[in-house]
Design a protein around this ligand. Structure first.
Ligand SMILES: O=C(O)CCC(=O)C(=O)O
Ligand SMILES: [Fe+2]
Length: 279
């Protein structure tokens, strides 16, 4: 198992990329259209936001799920008992966003959503016919004009040494949504689990864009595309004193989109959020 690093501009990019998603649940792109300068600016500006008390004015709305999730209430991954060591902010274009951060983050949201739509077309193009026929509509159509796609800005604070034993930055989990895209974070730590159980570092050099399959695409493809377990491990040595910022965009279909015989988007999401303890 090897997560492939694929040049977005290569002639065989779509095929190579989808092959990697199929084999590992992950694919990594270089030379993609998202500007690194914008990503860096977002990392810096949101880091500043997380260091200020103002964040508490944006405490998340349990109904709508937009806003700031403090470390005390942040997720406990499915099947785990310890909370992740992280805080985060959920951006939706219709939701609350600190005024000074609005322009860049919405700009990023649009650019990343557009790229994601193209990547869903790649996935569809290289799905075998018996899998394509399972899709209730084209994959990129499922996210067209959706209000549900979520941009999460994550801050993993420096470790203090007082963390609960066994707690890590992000415990092993699978993503709930269709597809996730995230630029390489400013610090390492992201790992994916291979079929033999081994944990492998996801290639995350400066400028890489990481893409992974979520449970909803696994559900819609009846398992052809695997939603693989991943985690963010704790830094050691000097790196323990550093914050880590990351920026996953979770692509979610419109509420009424049919994923499978059992589930629409809305019914699936509700089930999973209850398991996470945030609903
Ligand atoms: O921070 C990262 O690199 C990954 C975060 C993640 O997997 C998640 O929030 O679902
Ligand atoms: Fe994840």
């Amino acid at each position: 198992m090897q997560v492939q690093v694929v040049d977005y501009r290569a002639d065989d990019a779509a095929q190579k990329f989808v092959e990697s998603l199929r084999n590992t649940g992950f694919g990594v792109l270089t030379n993609h259209p998202i500007q690194q300068a914008l990503v860096d600016k977002i990392y810096q500006d949101w880091y500043t936001f997380f260091t200020h008390e103002e964040k508490k004015d944006f405490a998340f709305d349990p109904e709508k799920q937009d806003g700031y999730f403090a470390p005390e209430i942040s997720e406990t991954a499915k099947g785990h008992t310890k909370k992740d060591i992280k805080e985060y902010y959920h951006v939706y274009p219709w939701g609350r966003i600190p005024e000074q951060l609005k322009t860049d983050i919405l700009n990023y949201y649009t650019m990343a959503s557009d790229l994601a739509s193209e990547l869903l077309d790649w996935v569809e193009q290289y799905s075998p016919p018996e899998v394509t026929k399972l899709y209730s509509e084209s994959l990129s159509n499922m996210i067209m004009d959706t209000p549900n796609t979520l941009l999460r800005i994550l801050h993993y604070p420096p470790l203090k040494g007082t963390e609960e034993p066994g707690a890590i930055r992000a415990a092993a989990h699978e993503d709930i949504n269709l597809l996730t895209i995230l630029p390489a974070a400013n610090e390492p730590g992201l790992q994916v689990q291979a079929q033999d159980g081994e944990w492998l570092d996801v290639p995350a050099d400066f400028g890489h864009l990481i893409v992974n399959i979520g449970d909803m695409l696994q559900e819609a493809s009846q398992g052809y595309f695997p939603s693989t377990s991943h985690r963010v491990i704790n830094p050691t040595g000097e790196n323990a004193t550093k914050s880590r910022i990351s920026l996953p965009l979770f692509l979610h279909p419109r509420n009424e989109v049919v994923l499978s015989e059992k589930h629409t988007h809305a019914s699936y999401l509700l089930e999973r959020l209850k398991e996470l303890g945030v609903k």
